[in-house]
Design a protein around this ligand. Sequence first.
Ligand code: ADP
Length: 269
Amino acid sequence: MKFKTKLAALYSVVGCLTVPVVVYALSCHIMWVCVYALVILCVTVFLSALVIRELHRRQRQLSADVAHELRTPLSCLQGTLEAMLDGVWPADKARLESCREETLRLARLVSDLSLLADLEWEHITLNKTDFDLSKLIETTAGYFQPEAERKGIALALETESQIVHADYNRAAQVLINITANALKYTDQGTITLGNRGKEVFVADTGAGIERAALPHIFERFYRTDASRSRGTGGSGVGLAIAAALMKAQGGGIRVTSEPGKGSVFRIGF
Ligand code: ADP
């Protein structure tokens, strides 16, 4: 996004610079310089208009996506609260608890979106240090051990010592998002966390991802049908954040998957 803004600014500057050239060329009757500068002026004006239009389109799309994602849970919440106020439903502990859960989920979504916006506009400062990837992986696996045990899924480690220069907390956030997904979309088998040199991988034996969906899973709000039908409660921003966090650190994420067999996410530092 920031890149496109810079591009639009660059085009505008180049366009503006050609104006005095045209004026000078006209005053000196140097026709070929004049025509050449006019062509450059028209092309840069056209290109900057295109870039600005694309930026506006993205902004409108983001607003529409956010409104769409917030509308349904908010109207559910409103309906439940009104039914309790009107005495249609009793305001019992279970219903109040589910309202609270929904507000917490909405609050999480809003903070995820705010982080995503900061990442897209590069309003984020990285605190890079040297750390061992194997430590990051072992710590993250530790967080998920209780949940894996509860689901009866084995959590395996295949780490090797490897120092990288990156933002530890942001890297942890990426690994947490991807491991949480692995657990969410796996009902049995094993989830393996490990690294080969500077590449961290999370392999699961879960639902897998259809080939047609693979190019889209890092898009904001994208969720596969499998995710919707499972009612995972996911909002489709976890991978968009993970990808943006890795891009900000000069890395990236790749995925390979086979429906019904599982997926492997590879995070390159
Ligand atoms: P969500 O909050 O819905 O999980 P994400 O952005 O984290 O959103 O993931 C986007 C979509 O990618 C998910 O809805 C799911 O369909 C798919 N996905 C991500 N990780 C996995 C996985 N390990 N196994 C199967 N599907 C996955």
